[in-house]
Design a binder for this molecule. Structure first.
Ligand code: ANZ
Length: 849
């Protein structure tokens, strides 16, 4: 390509960057405003792949952009290096997870250097270093002391393949997020972080992120937290002490309750069955066994036939004393609300399906045909123009009888059959019912959430040891601070193969310790922490990664955090982003930071696909990252990737034209080669047409980058390079200052996408320093004014007016302008226009006959 040697250029500039480390963030002496740009840190399983190539290309676009815009940019890199894949790979190879992990990290570091990413290499961290995970242990203890870390026995998600528990967030459609195995329930005593205490704030603070985070991610988080507003209502049960509480979003419908349902796998169901007849006990037991084999997803599917067992017990409706038969049915979940519901079949579809299957009564308490306050009533008139009184015609209610139609009446309406509530709208009825229940001491307003506490214990080796001690007399105490970090034992001699209990339990010596309070023998906790704990706060560690005295420096956090631009895959929409938001709020409450959201803006890139499916080792369709660095080279991979489409779209690797990218880069480089003038030219003397192209790009690119329209910037750069080439090839070209100016702007903007080629161009153009550090050139406003042309307006062949219009005007706009012109209006008088011909931007022609 005319001497453009991508690989040689790449190696040359990587060596220079390694030598002078130009992308290190400035310290206190640096008075420029700051930007913290962060790519979600990689997990070191194998080498980097094309998905990484895409992600880190975008990260570098943003980091390099803000440097050109005059900011002191922090763009660090580290590794999320604890976790299952490393452990599994090590087990398969009979290797030490530590060795396997760190060998991969070394490979990644080489790859990132080969990619030319502009990192601050002085801030590397690995979460599997004791210097890092010591602070995971500190964080655990902070949560413990704040009452936010606790242990409980409960049914947990269990992956029968990885033989470890999973957090709710790691169960995707009933399957393990990592390995895809179907998740089952198992009763275990585990550590939890009390994220539910923060449910309201996690939800409400999403409003602040509106417009800065992809709306899809915000929506997913809202659904995941799943707040419902309603009431807790207490029911007595015949022959039983105390009350049972249900959560309902529709307390207004309490008069319409006709039966009561408990989750078969709840303690209450077992107790009620135990107190019933031997026959019921047997049928319940059979049913329970069947239900325990079902997943939550199956249980929540609305279109499957309803099943259940009548327990031959009765609940008492607190508002009217009616006896409600109690059923155990799988559509009620044990761990939502209170695991029991009041069933209102007339107004809830699931309850109606159940009532119809088992012939239970249906009682309508909302007349959905009656107009409601706030709605504009539709008044129908009869043939004499007299309004037809919609009344409360009983036949209209019957036509909508859910027992007959099978369709529950879930819409708005007015209360009926509900005593003092009759005539009220839903909203008012809810308020009134809650007041009545409160007066009776049988209920109160409350909220319910889908969000569950975060289960953080893992029965695996390659993670952060949980820093607690279990004493012989059953107390749980924290490992004293001066004994932290509590480091992992040597993997040598440990059986790492998953067997359902933690491998650390087999490290006999490591397990044995003493009760720090009494000096008596005691045991360590054999579990390790979910690695999502590690990644929930790592962005703070980057601010002072070597600090041996604290997790992070509040002072540095005050300067850099929160992260201005966070870039990563949408697969983290819930898990990592929710946990990081939670921990940030905890640290805020502890007075350690002064902000409540970790990532001010978020960019989610799409996936890189091959043949329409996600690239992965297991599918054998991985394009090797290191091979692509040799050919076509880092710049062509980056540019091709960015040019392939909008950031958030998936990219098919077959559609990424690295050859096209390479040709474009060679053309840009040749333009620099062909510039004859020296850097001290008089800019204003250049060809104004080319200057306009250059300055429009200088003016438009910042907005485009901030809107993440990176591919458009590349397209505009291609336009500029073509325009420059034309000027060079036509006459005066090479020595025209406008050509130099265009080539310099090209190098500076190309640095966002193809930094090696850009640096090479900059040097060829006669400069010493790095183009990566050059400030953005200000566009000349006089060159941004749009071209105008003169339009002629004719009426019946005579010129009646001329207009100055934009050269880019469209026909509709031009016709409107012409019609609005006073001279045209005067000439037309009251004659009607019969024909219009518009030829933008030059001619508008009206005919009147
Ligand atoms: C009576 C009622 C009448 C209800 C009505 C709805 C409509 P969301 O909005 O998802 O929070 N429910 C409560 N706990 C349940 C459980 N453990 N398993 C299954 N369903 C449960 O749903 C809240 C509603 O779901 C509650 O309001 C309750 O049914 C049911 F016309 O109470 B409702």
């Amino acid at each position: 390509d005319g001497g453009y040697d991508a690989y040689a250029i790449q190696q040359k500039w990587q060596a220079r960057w390694a030598e002078s480390d130009p992308f290190r963030a400035g310290g206190d002496e640096d008075k420029r405003p700051r930007k913290y740009v962060l790519g979600m840190f990689p997990y070191p399983s194998g080498d980097l792949h094309m998905g990484h190539a895409e992600n880190y290309a975008y990260v570098d676009v943003v980091a390099r952009f803000w440097r050109h815009r005059g900011y002191n940019v922090l763009n660090p890199i580290g590794w999320d290096s604890f976790g299952l894949p490393a452990e599994n790979a090590a087990i398969q190879r009979g290797a030490d997870p530590r060795e396997w992990t760190y060998a991969n990290i070394d490979q990644h570091k080489r790859s990132f250097r080969e990619y030319g990413s502009s990192y601050d290499w002085s801030r590397i961290l690995h979460t599997s270093d004791p210097e890092y995970y010591r602070w995971n242990q500190w964080l655990f203890q902070l949560l413990y002391e704040r009452g936010l870390a606790y242990r409980k026995e409960s049914p947990v998600n269990w992956c029968p393949n990885d033989l470890t528990v999973l957090a709710n967030e790691q169960v995707v459609d009933g399957h393990c997020e990592r390995c895809g195995a179907e998740v089952v329930k198992k009763k275990l005593t585990q550590w939890y972080f009390k994220i539910t205490d923060y449910a309201d704030r996690l939800l409400d603070d999403l409003n602040q992120l509106e417009g800065f985070w992809p709306s899809k991610v915000i929506r997913m988080q809202r659904n995941w937290i799943g707040r419902s507003v309603g009431a807790d209502i207490d029911f007595e049960i015949e022959g039983r002490e105390g009350t049972v509480t249900v959560f309902s979003t529709r307390p207004d419908t309490l008069h319409g309750a006709t039966f009561f349902v408990v989750a078969p796998d709840s303690d209450l169901a077992a107790e009620l069955a135990a107190g019933s007849t031997p026959d019921v006990r047997m049928r319940f037991q059979d049913y329970l066994e069947r239900v325990q084999r079902e997943t939550d997803i199956e249980r929540q599917t609305t279109d499957r036939p309803k099943t259940g067992v009548f327990l031959e017990r009765y609940a008492i409706n607190p508002i009217n004393g009616e006896r409600l038969p109690i059923w155990a049915a799988d559509y009620v979940l044990a761990d939502y609300g209170h695991g029991a519901v009041m069933a209102v079949p007339a107004h809830d579809q699931r309850d109606l399906d159940f009532a119809r299957a088992f012939d239970l009564p249906v009682k309508i308490v909302v007349d959905t045909t009656a107009p409601v306050t706030g709605a504009i009533p539709i008044i129908e008139l009869d043939e004499h123009g007299v309004p037809i009184d919609p009344g409360t015609d009983d036949s209209s209610v019957n036509e909508l009888d859910p027992a007959a139609t099978g369709i529950a009446l879930t819409g708005e309406g007015r209360m009926i059959n509900s005593g003092a509530l009759d005539g009220l709208s839903k909203r008012n009825a809810i308020t009134r019912m809650v007041e009545q229940l409160e007066a009776l001491g049988a209920g109160r307003a409350t909220k319910s959430y889908r969000l569950r506490d975060w289960l953080i214990s893992r029965q695996r080796f390659w993670g952060t040891p949980i820093p607690v001690i279990h004493t012989e007399d059953g107390r749980t105490v924290l490992v004293p601070e001066d004994q932290l970090p509590l480091t992992l034992p040597d993997a040598q001699g440990l059986d790492l193969a998953p067997k359902g209990t933690s491998p650390l339990g087999g490290a006999t010596e490591w397990m044995q310790t003493v009760d720090p309070e009494t000096g008596e023998p005691a045991l360590r906790d054999p579990d390790t922490m979910d690695t999502f704990v590690d990644s929930s706060w790592y962005f703070l560690r980057f601010l002072a990664p070597g600090d041996p005295t604290q997790a992070f420096s509040g002072r540095e956090a005050g300067k850099w955090a929160p992260v201005d631009s966070y870039i990563g895959g949408v697969e983290h929409a819930i898990l990592h982003l929710l946990y990081a938001r939670f921990i940030t709020k905890v640290l805020f409450d502890a007075g350690l930071i002064d902000f409540t959201e970790p990532f001010s803006s978020l960019i989610n890139q799409g996936m890189v696909l091959l043949g329409g499916s996600k690239m992965s080792k297991s599918k054998g369709n991985l394009v090797e990252f290191s091979a692509s660095m040799l050919d076509p080279g880092a710049d062509a991979v980056r540019t091709g990737m960015v040019f392939a489409g909008p950031v958030e779209d998936d990219i098919n690797w077959e559609d990424v034209s690295t050859t096209g990218a390479q040709k474009f880069l060679a053309r840009a480089w040749r333009v620099a080669k062909d510039v004859d003038s020296s850097p001290d030219v008089v800019w204003a003397e250049g060809d104004p047409a080319l200057r306009r192209v250059t300055h429009r790009l200088l003016a438009d690119a910042p907005g485009l980058v901030e809107q993440t329209k990176f591919n458009v910037v590349v397209a505009r750069l291609m336009e500029l390079v073509n325009a420059t080439r034309k000027s060079i090839d036509s006459g005066a070209g090479r020595s025209d200052p406008a050509v130099r100016e265009a080539a310099e702007a090209t190098a500076m903007i190309l640095d966002l996408f193809a930094p090696h080629t850009a640096e090479e161009m900059w040097e060829v153009l006669g400069y010493d320093g790095f183009v990566g550090l050059v400030p953005w050139r200000q566009p000349d406003p006089t060159l941004l004014i749009e071209d105008t042309v003169t339009t002629v307006v004719q009426i019946d062949g005579k010129v009646r007016a001329t207009l100055e219009v934009s050269a880019r005007i469209d026909s509709a706009e031009l016709e409107a302008l012409a019609r609005a012109d006073v001279r045209v209006q005067r000439a037309l008088g009251d004659r009607a226009v019969t024909r219009v011909v518009v030829r933008p931007p030059k001619v508008v022609s009206f005919s009147t006959h």
